[in-house]
Every structure is written in structure tokens, then in C-alpha cells.
Design a binder for this molecule. Structure first.
Ligand code: SF4
Length: 821
């Protein structure tokens, strides 16, 4: 059966009952004119454009990618693929892929050979190390490389260079997930499993637009809703998402008030004694402080702050308080706000006091956005030490030094690993003299872009950019290294529920583009990094050898990979860590038998003060939590840092749409995806639009104290007083290429966002700016270029042409045994 998967992003229903098996449905899309019989080989991979980790096979015809299909046996997707999976692979063959290194000469980037480019990078590194020491070099990486690449980068940065400045763009995305897990459980590691979606009777989505961010898992929810004994949904989101449309209770709070809402839910849970006292007693500390903190947080109190009826809050509390298997998921609506960690931790608290952990359907999914965000976390490429080791625990540092055969003093642990926002500050101030950016585009994705562009363009900063395309960031670089991507190299990625997939190389990269692993290894070889016995610090050459090295580093840690091999991954198609020789099938859920990694000797972190971010000291942690239980950490609501006023009367939130990923470097080059959402837009509600005399399609200006952008207006059912702008749109496909037309209005959402972050997770704030909305020109018959299938649907149904992909967006969906193969 064929469907237009732009018009129907989630495809057809395959209903199933609670506790039943999610039926398989194999989705596939082949390039125009390619018949299944013409495919010469299928090569195993997993999706690169979200954190779901849907397994897929790449179709190869004459050495080129010619399509993809899902894999029926995959534990994550049972064969399904989302629109970005089905169509996104085409970006790999874009004619404007980088194929040769570039270096800046006389102000211009010119092509050169690898030797020249890498010698330039090594020479500058050596100079800086000699003149100013390791703290002058910083690395900013991605959530889209492979595990093997992050691990290699972590070793070369932390033990080779000896710098503390290594972080990923996962800081924008998954830092709060990691921090919230560390605060509650002493250690990172996703407690739940996607399979919990099969068993939960209540699914609560906190700031998580699953329908657009994890389309395949949302398909699973839709299939359960269509089957017997469907789950009830709680949706906390200020936008009318598809999740909201299917919710039993939808709360659309004022942005920046999540802690008040969560405190009220906890208040109600305790007031009605919906508490699992045995679980609390056996597995937690801090219940009394939590009870005291939320004692006055009634629904009426929160209603004022959140601007949500108290009765709705009580209904939500009843839903989560009476569930017999509650699954909660959390994402950017909670993570990109000023009290990000505090809010996400309250979701953990709800599960802890209700004893909703470690059994089918009862779990927490603190989500991540990128395909391998989990790997940056576990490999220590994101501001933590590899293997979830604790930088404040000398025994952990010594253990890591043993694995790398270096002196413990080689590994910087005098202060917390530097987070990305601080690294960019150091680059601005000049103490970082070289910034190596791999697989990410901060000139579009970081807040306050005018500042970021100026900072990257500084003469005194030597910038290396490793990417597939000449991005806005690459245009400002001193050296640009052309990288190979998924399908062109081999490696593993671990999704948001700890499932590891192997992605095999299917085709050759274009021109001289190289896998990121090869680039890092080349650099390490040229720098001649040594261990303490004079042997090479990095002894591996191939992805599989890097994976074996990582296994040694992960041994005995929570993210233990020692039971996996490339061969086993090829056979099994997705294994959840921890996975050891004794437990080769992996681990579906954590904490099935108590809290395992919070003991003071084992924990990854002693936690932080949620209000100030100050690190808890080891002695204090040991006295608070001597037996290593989960910590119930209370938090008081604090007002957002920037509140609307007369000049900027709206709140502004930025976010995603289903059809794009990040800064559109890939999805903007794919016809099906690009045509579904070709330009930036602004969302406002009908009442606000009418008050300002605005209507659908009007060209409007959104301004904040940092900057402004112009876009067409989509009138939706978003909460009153709130504006929304998707953050995907930068400048690579505009005349200027790296920023707004000189003096002209911007297009990127981050022209307007603020340089500010959550004190604990250091995740920047993208949800709570104060903004003004003004008319530039009336629509003149035009519509906003926003999809109608998603949260940007117009408030008046049918008032604008429906989003559809047509013939080019047809994909097959095979629910029969065996799928399309
Ligand atoms: S879009 Fe946001 S959530 Fe998704 S990967 Fe990027 S930063 Fe993370």
C-alpha cells in the first residue's frame, strides 16, 4: 500500500491492545524509477535525523544510495520509518557537498589538499599549546557522529591535548536530560524503554511534541490509541500539537512556569496519598523536604502562575496519580527554559514517589533529540568524563587514566568540564585561541546570532569546521574539512532508549571527504600523542577497533558495552545497554531492582544546587545519601529571567517542525521535506492577531532586545500571548550565505534569543524571550509557508492549502509478514 508520507507523516494504523505486540509494518521509499528488483544490496543502518534510532536498510544501486526501507524485526520501530527517514538520505548526494578541504587565504576560502589543511591545524595547535597551554584549545562537536568518533575525540582532547574544553551541541538538546538523571539517580542513563509505550495506561508528555520529534514512536502511540484498552494521555505544551489533540488532558501553561505546574502535581499526589510509601522508604532520600516544599503548591496557586485552570491541573494530577503504569517523557518544552533541570527533576520525583519505575509501562524517558546524543554523553564528548565517570571522584579519574595508560594528572579534573556556552565565552574573550567544530552549525543554532557570528569571525580565533556542506559556520572558518556521513562510513549510534545500532558503510563518500573518525585519527597521528609508556595514545585505526577500545572504557560502568560486538549487532539489529557477556541480550529497563549507581563511590555526579548550579561537595553528598538511594530534590518556582513588558508584550518560544532537522543543512536539500516547510514563519493565536489587525500570511516582524526577524504569520491555536518561530532557517540558501542581508531583517529564530542558560544543566534558554510583533506588509493573498499537518495547523481548518507531497512523497507500507523485501 502506498501513502503520501508528507501528507500523512505517521502512515496507516496497525492497532494493538495494551500489553500486546506492536505489529510490524515495513515502510520503504525508493528513488523515482528504481524497482525493488533493481536494488543490488541492502546495507544496515539506523536513522540519522532524530533520536528514535529506527533501523533501516539502505538500498544501493551502482554504488549509489537509491532508497531506504525499515526492518520488521527492529525492536525500536518494527519496520516503520518517518518522513525524514524516508526522504532525508537524498541529501547525501547533493551536488554542493564539500569534496575537498578549504583553507582561508587573503580572506577567502580556497581548496587545498588534506596534507596542507591538516598541517595547518596541527601547526596552530602546537603553537597554542606551547604559548598558552591546553586551555587555549576547544572542541565543539555534535549529536550526529558515531560513538567511535566521539570516543576518539574525547581521548585526544582530554588525554592528548589535555583540555577541559570539549562539549557537543547536545548542550542545546540533551544536557538537561543527562543532568536531571544525574540529580535524581546519581548517574546518567535512561531508566525506561520505548517498549513501555506498549504497557502504560497513562502516558504523560511534558514539553515533548513526540508527534514531530519521534514520529515513529508517535505512530506507536496512535496504534495503541486505535486498539483495545487505549492509554490516556497528558500533554503539557503551549502549542496545539498532535499530542495535544489526542490528549485526555491538555495543559498549555505560560512558558517558563513548568516548575510551578510540577510542584502542584506533586502537591496533589501527596495530598491524596497516591504515594508508594514502601518504594519511597526503600529507594529514596528527601521525601520530607519535598513534601514541605510542595505543601503550599495547590492547583489554585499554580493556576495563577501558569495561567491554566486549577480544575485542569487537578484532572492532570488525578490522571498521573491514579495510573497503574505511568510512562512520562520529557523534552525541550522543559529543557530549554530557565528552570530546566528543576522541572525535569520534578518529573523524576513524581515517578519516584509513585514507585513508577523499572517495570513494564512504568518508566521515565528523559528524551534527547539527536541520533547519537546519547553517545556524546557516555563517551565524554559532552562535558562529562567517559563512561559516566565522576570528575570530582579521584578514584574515577584514576580508573580512566588506567584505561588510557596516562597519569591521572593528564586528564583535566580541576573543575567541571567546560560547557559549550562557556566555551564560546572563552573564545569571545580570547582565552580559547582555536575552536574545532565538528558536525554542527553554531552560526544558526546558538542563541544571539549577531554575537556568535562576530565571535567566530574574530581574526585571533582559529576556527576549524568539519562538515558535509559549506554551512553558515563553515563560511566563517579558517580551515574547512569535508566529512563523510552516515551511509558512507561505519559506526554505531545509540538512541534515546539506550538501543545501539550498527550503521555499515554502503557507498563511497564524495570526492576526498573522509569519515570524522579518520580525520580525528589523522590529527592524533600528526600530533604524535603518547601514553605514559611512550606508546601511541590512540592505538586504533578502524571503527571496529575503536568500538573495542570503547568497550574497555565502558567495562563495569553503567553504560557497559562489553557484551556487544559488531557481529552481534549485525545479527540482533539493536541491543540496549548495559550489555555484558553474562547479559548478552542487553537490558530493557534500568532500576528494576533498586537504584544502582547513586552510591557516593559509584555516582557520576554529586549533584548541583538547582537554583545556582553550584556543585554539591562529596562530603555533603555522602552524608545526605550514604546508601546510594534516589534523591528527591525539591525546587521552588522562580520567574523567567525576561518577562514581557510594554515594549515586548509577547513571550517567544522557538522549536522544530516535523519536516526539518536542525539548521536544514540536510533536510533543506531534500525536495519532499523542503517543499513541506520551505520558509520560516511565526505563529500567534487568533485573538492576538485580531487585536493587532493581523491575519494569515501577513509579513510580520518579531523583535527582542537582541535582534529581529521577518516572516509570514500563521494564525493557530497556540496559547494567547505566545509567539512561536521554528529555529531551522539560517542563511546558506540566501544571497548572503552566512547572515542577514546587511542591514536587512534576519530569518533565523536565534537572531532574537538570549545568551542565558539553566544553572544546573547549562542548557540555553530558547523558550522564554520577551518579544514584540508588528506588521510589515499585509498578505496580499499569500499564506504562511507552515505545514498544516502539525502544530502549525491553522486555527481555521481548511483556510489554507493542505500540506501534501504528491507523487514524489509516495512510500510503501507493508503490514504483511516479510514486508517489502
Ligand atoms: S533539534 Fe533540538 S532537540 Fe533536536 S537534536 Fe537538535 S538541538 Fe537536539
Amino acid at each position: 500500500m502506498k501513502a503520501d508520507r508528507i501528507a500523512e507523516p505517521w502512515g496507516d494504523r496497525t492497532p494493538y491492545r495494551r500489553h500486546g505486540d506492536w505489529p510490524s509494518r515495513v515502510d520503504a521509499h525508493l528513488a523515482e524509477g528504481v524497482e525493488p528488483g533493481a536494488v543490488q544490496k541492502w546495507v544496515a543502518a539506523a536513522s540519522l535525523l532524530h533520536s528514535g534510532g529506527d533501523a533501516m536498510d539502505i538500498a544501493v544501486v551502482d554504488g549509489r544510495m537509491a532508497g531506504v526501507r525499515g526492518r520488521a524485526a527492529d525492536r525500536v520501530s518494527r519496520g516503520r520509518l518517518g518522513p525524514k527517514d524516508l526522504f532525508g538520505w537524498q541529501a547525501n548526494a547533493s551536488p554542493d557537498r564539500l569534496t575537498r578541504p578549504l583553507v582561508r587565504r587573503d580572506g577567502h576560502l580556497v581548496e587545498t589538499d588534506w596534507d596542507t589543511a591538516m598541517e595547518l591545524v596541527t601547526a596552530r595547535t602546537r603553537e597554542l599549546l606551547a604559548e598558552r597551554g591546553p586551555g587555549s584549545v576547544g572542541f565543539y562537536t555534535s549529536g550526529q557522529l558515531f560513538l567511535e568518533e566521539y570516543y576518539t575525540l574525547a581521548v585526544l582532547a582530554r588525554a592528548g591535548i589535555g583540555t577541559n574544553h570539549l562539549d557537543g551541541n547536545t548542550r542545546l538538546c540533551t544536557a538537561t536530560a543527562a543532568e536531571a538523571l544525574k540529580e535524581s539517580f546519581g548517574c546518567d542513563g535512561q531508566p525506561g524503554s520505548f517498549d513501555d509505550l506498549d504497557h502504560a495506561d497513562v502516558i504523560a508528555l511534558f514539553g515533548h511534541n513526540m508527534a514531530e520529534t519521534q514520529t515513529v514512536q508517535w505512530t506507536r502511540v496512535l496504534d495503541r490509541l486505535a486498539g483495545g484498552d487505549p492509554p490516556r494521555l497528558l500533554c503539557v505544551d503551549p502549542r496545539p500539537t498532535q499530542v495535544a489533540r489526542h490528549a485526555t488532558v491538555h495543559l498549555a501553561p505560560r512558558v517558563g512556569t513548568n516548575v510551578a505546574l510540577m510542584d502542584a502535581l506533586l502537591h496533589e499526589t501527596i495530598r491524596h496519598d497516591r504515594v508508594d510509601h514502601d518504594f519511597v522508604e526503600a529507594h529514596t532520600v528527601g521525601f520530607e523536604e519535598l513534601s514541605e516544599r510542595v505543601a503550599s503548591c495547590t492547583p489554585e496557586w499554580a493556576a495563577d502562575i501558569c495561567d491554566v485552570p486549577a480544575a485542569r491541573i487537578s484532572e492532570a494530577a488525578e490522571l498521573v496519580g491514579t495510573a497503574d503504569a505511568l510512562l512520562s517523557t520529557v523534552l525541550q518544552g522543559f529543557y530549554q527554559a530557565h528552570q530546566a533541570t528543576a522541572a525535569a527533576v520534578q518529573v523524576n520525583n513524581l515517578h519516584l514517589i509513585r514507585g513508577m519505575l523499572g517495570r513494564p509501562g512504568a518508566g521515565v524517558l528523559q528524551m534527547n533529540g539527536q541520533p547519537s546524543a546519547e553517545n556524546t554523553r557516555e563517551c565524554g564528548a559532552d562535558g562529562d568524563l567517559p563512561g559516566f565517570r565522576n570528575w570530582q571522584n579521584d578514584a574515577h579519574v584514576a580508573d580512566l587514566a588506567r584505561v588510557w595508560n596516562v597519569e591521572p594528572s593528564t586528564i583535566p579534573h580541576f573543575a567541571p568540564p567546560t560547557h559549550a556556552m562557556q566555551m564560546f565565552r572563552y573564545a569571545e574573550q580570547g582565552s580559547i585561541g582555536m575552536l574545532w567544530i565538528s558536525g554542527t552549525n553554531p552560526a544558526v543554532s546558538l542563541p544571539e546570532l549577531a554575537r556568535i557570528r562576530a565571535l567566530l569571525a574574530q581574526e585571533r580565533l582559529f576556527t576549524v569546521v568539519q562538515d558535509l556542506f559549506l554551512t553558515e559556520t563553515a563560511r566563517l572558518a579558517d580551515v574547512v574539512l569535508p566529512a563523510a556521513t552516515w551511509g558512507e562510513k561505519t559506526g554505531t549510534i545509540t538512541n534515546a532508549d539506550r538501543t545501539v545500532h550498527l550503521c555499515d558503510k554502503a557507498v563511497e563518500p564524495p570526492g576526498e571527504a573522509r569519515p570524522d573518525l579518520d580525520i580525528f585519527l589523522d590529527f592524533a597521528r600528526r600530533m604524535d600523542f603518547r601514553d605514559k609508556d611512550g606508546g601511541p595514545l590512540i592505538g586504533w585505526r578502524e571503527p571496529e577497533e575503536a568500538f573495542e577500545a570503547w568497550k574497555r572504557c565502558s567495562a563495569g560502568r553503567p553504560c557497559d558495552y562489553t557484551g556487544m560486538t559488531y557481529d552481534r549487532l549485525r545479527g540482533a539489529g539493536g541491543i540496549q545497554w548495559p550489555c555484558t557477556e553474562a547479559n548478552p541480550r542487553g537490558t530493557e529497563r534500568l532500576y528494576t531492582d533498586g537504584i544502582t549507581w547513586a552510591h557516593p563511590d559509584d555516582c557520576e555526579s554529586y549533584g548541583k544546587d538547582l537554583e545556582t548550579g553550584a556543585a554539591v561537595d562529596p562530603v555533603e553528598y555522602r552524608s545526605l545519601n550514604p546508601d546510594g538511594k534516589a534523591v528527591l530534590k525539591a525546587a521552588a518556582y522562580v520567574e523567567p529571567h525576561e518577562m514581557p513588558d510594554e515594549r515586548y508584550p509577547f513571550q517567544l518560544s522557538t522549536g522544530r517542525t516535523l519536516y526539518h532537522f536542525h539548521t536544514r543543512t540536510k533536510t533543506g536539500r531534500v525536495a519532499q521535506l523542503d517543499e513541506a516547510a520551505p520558509e520560516v514563519w511565526v505563529e500567534a493565536c487568533a485573538a492576538d492577531a485580531a487585536r493587532l489587525g493581523l491575519g494569515e500570511g501577513d509579513l510580520v516582524r518579531v523583535a527582542t532586545p537582541r535582534g529581529a526577524l521577518e516572516a509570514r504569520l500563521r494564525v493557530t491555536d497556540i496559547r494567547p500571548g505566545l509567539l512561536f518561530v521554528p529555529f531551522h532557517y539560517g542563511y546558506w540558501d540566501t544571497k548572503e550565505g552566512d547572515g542577514p542581508d546587511r542591514g536587512g531583517p534576519g530569518r533565523a529564530a536565534n537572531e532574537t534569543t538570549i545568551t542565558d542558560w539553566d544553572p544546573a544543566s547549562k542548557q540555553p534558554l530558547f523558550k522564554t524571550a520577551a518579544a514584540a510583533l508588528t506588521l510589515v506588509a499585509h498578505a496580499d493573498g499569500r499564506y504562511a509557508p507552515a505545514p498544516t499537518t502539525t502544530a502549525s495547523a491553522p486555527s481555521a481548518p481548511g483556510s489554507v492549502p493542505a500540506t501534501a507531497g504528491g507523487r514524489q512523497a509516495y512510500a510503501t507500507q507493508d503490514s504483511g509478514p516479510g514486508g517489502t523485501s
